[in-house]
Design a binder for this molecule. Structure first.
Ligand code: ADP
Ligand code: DP6
Ligand code: CO
Length: 352
């Protein structure tokens, strides 16, 4: 009789919100980007994915994935690439030690839950694929480093490679055709800048009209602004951003964050047909942040938007009352404001 043991492992992964954005693939098959990017990993206290990976000879033959209780299609090339690569690593470990159970041959059952809106521009694919890859790596007891795992998570969703680290994280675009140098690396740990905070304005929890994957491919194919962004704007922003983080220069961090978000959304507007991720409430949030900074006489808050209408506002803790208070007072009254959610996130290591 077949062994019916169920092997399983669970993990959580945080979202990360880029301050220099990834938008464009030079190789869609391997998910290699047209530019490097930098993000801040947010606390898992408010936004996180929880994933359990299990395998057993007693499971139905096909691998399965349930996300927030709905069965998902796992036949897509991206999920398949993650399963294949993790199985290959496990298989090598099994070949070296014959006493280990042959988990690499067993069907996988993945169960995942996001405690925040999925596909709404709050980086669910980042937390989702980081959690999926780490849950299976734990199940297989792989000795891989976060940077090694980042190469696999990248193939699930590009932004996921950065969610394997806490703090300030760069995804180096790399130059090799096989993707072996397109990995995430730590720029600085969360403890380097402990006063950094992020505030999430959930403008809409609805699923976005154009997914990140298809949006960026249409941008690469049609936008003439895009080349300038990838070749000139982003390299400049990467350099300025690394410096701003290392020297904890909030005004520079904030200026680059806002300009990079604007540059990314400009290439979306320049895509044909145009893609509009921001709505009127998003634009109102931009104006409120401008007013806050004008009133303060210096830049104390920075807005950024991923591929969706929801705003993330970065600020330093000492300015919590003025930033959160002003945003809540003005935007809390507007139509389109859902759930009145303003959450303050610390940044922390993924294992904290
Ligand atoms: P987002 O802005 O939320 O990252 P994307 O368009 O990039 O939106 O990706 C959303 C997709 O990511 C979902 O439709 C789903 O396929 C995948 N995804 C989200 N969460 C998870 C998860 N926990 N596990 C596996 N896949 C996930
Ligand atoms: C605007 O990583 O979701 O959030 O690789 O196709 O899954 P795929 O795309 P995804 O794109 C994220 C785009 C962004 C910017 C960023 O996170 O850097
Ligand atoms: Co995404």
């Amino acid at each position: 009789m077949a062994d019916s043991t169920i092997y399983q492992a669970s993990t959580t992964a945080p979202v990360n919100i880029a301050v220099v954005k990834y938008w464009g693939k030079r190789d869609p098959k391997q998910n290699l980007p047209t530019n490097s990017s930098i993000s801040v990993t947010l606390s898992q206290k408010d936004l996180r994915t929880h994933t359990t990976a299990a395998c057993s000879a007693s499971f139905p033959k096909e691998d399965t994935l349930r996300l927030n209780s709905s069965p998902q299609d796992v036949s897509g090339a991206r999920t398949q690439a993650c399963f294949r690569e993790l199985r290959a690593l496990r298989s090598a470990v099994e070949a070296a030690d014959h006493s280990l159970p042959k988990l690499s041959t067993l069907p996988l059952r993945i169960v995942s839950e996001n405690n925040f809106p999925t596909a709404a521009g709050l980086a669910s694919s980042a937390a989702g694929f980081a959690a999926l890859v780490r849950a299976i790596a734990n199940l297989y007891e792989l000795p891989s480093s976060p940077t090694e795992l980042s190469k696999i998570a990248r193939q699930g969703s590009g932004s996921a490679c950065r969610s394997l680290f806490g703090g300030y994280v760069a995804w180096q675009m790399g130059s090799k055709n096989d993707g072996s140098d397109s990995v995430a690396v730590e720029v600085a740990p969360a403890s380097h800048w402990p006063t950094m905070r992020a505030l999430i304005l959930v403008v809409s929890a609805e699923k976005k009209g154009v997914s990140s994957t298809s949006g960026m491919q249409i941008t690469v194919a049609t936008s003439k602004l895009f080349k300038q962004r990838a070749e000139v704007v982003v390299p400049e922003h990467m350099e300025l951003m690394e410096k701003a983080i290392l020297s904890k220069d909030f005004e520079s961090f904030a200026t680059v964050t806002m300009m990079d978000s604007n540059s990314f959304h400009a290439t979306c507007a320049d895509t044909f047909p145009p893609i509009f991720y921001l709505n009127d409430v998003s634009k109102a949030a931009i104006r409120v942040v401008e007013d806050i900074n004008k009133k303060a006489g210096k830049i104390i808050a920075a807005y950024t938007f991923d591929a969706g209408p929801n705003a993330v506002i970065y600020f330093e803790e000492e300015n919590l009352d003025v930033v959160a208070g002003t945003l809540k007072a003005i935007l809390g009254e507007l139509d389109g404001w859902q759930g009145n959610q303003i959450k303050v996130q610390g940044t922390e290591g993924v294992d904290d």
